[in-house]
Design a protein around this ligand. Structure first.
Ligand code: FES
Length: 203
């Protein structure tokens, strides 16, 4: 058996065993890091959430809540971005044609700026929150050929570093990119498009 197929088999076994152990656990506890503005009630009702990313270093992920769901902002390194072009053959929807994202994020990075990825952190299978698995290779526990990405342990779905789903896993589509816009170089608002932010500025 080749190294590649061994790694793939390892991932499939991991998916099955973790699926057995964790099925039904739904969303795990999530470290929400945002300040309390806007109020929790307003957020639950869907108010946009503005996030400061000035301290988000390359290779790190920020987690917060919007509309009762975890949202992630990942500052991808060049090395992480370099993995994306070679992924197409492993993915269900490499161009995100059947997946949900705003038109301004339907590109090779699924983001406005290449390095900054914004995703709803909910698996498109049954709604668990996948784990960030940014460590590549054998140290990840997902096989020597693992390039970094996200892993949903509930039933074993894998996503790349743009939230695109692998073939032959339960999740049907890529992770969702929510509407978002930059209000400055270091502040992102989730819940509004760039056009809506412009309109509000001019109102
Ligand atoms: S919820 Fe089933 S694989 Fe993620």
């Amino acid at each position: 058996m080749s190294d590649e197929s061994t790694d793939q088999t390892r991932r499939q076994l991991l998916a099955i065993t973790t699926g057995l152990g964790l099925a039904g656990t739904a969303v795990a506890s999530i470290p929400f890091v945002l300040s309390m503005q806007p109020s929790a009630r307003a957020r639950a009702l869907g108010a946009p959430v503005e996030v400061d990313i000035s301290k988000l270093e390359a290779g790190q992920r920020l987690v917060f809540e919007w509309r009762g769901k975890p949202v992630w902002i990942v500052n991808r390194t060049k090395k992480m971005l370099d993995t994306l072009p070679g992924m197409a053959g492993k993915l269900v929807d490499p161009n995100s044609d059947a997946s949900e994202q705003p038109s301004y994020a339907q590109n090779e990075w699924r983001s406005i700026k290449p390095d900054i990825l914004v995703l709803v952190g909910i698996c498109t299978h049954l709604g668990c929150s996948p784990l960030a698995k940014f460590v590549e290779g054998a140290a990840s526990g997902l096989g020597r050929d693992w390039p970094g990405g996200f892993f949903c342990p509930c039933h074993g779905s894998f996503f790349d570093l743009a939230g695109r789903v692998y073939k032959d896993v339960p999740a049907p589509t890529n992770l969702v990119v929510p509407p978002h816009a930059y209000v400055s170089d270091t502040r992102i608002i989730v819940g509004l498009s760039p056009d809506e932010v412009e309109k509000n500025k001019n109102a």
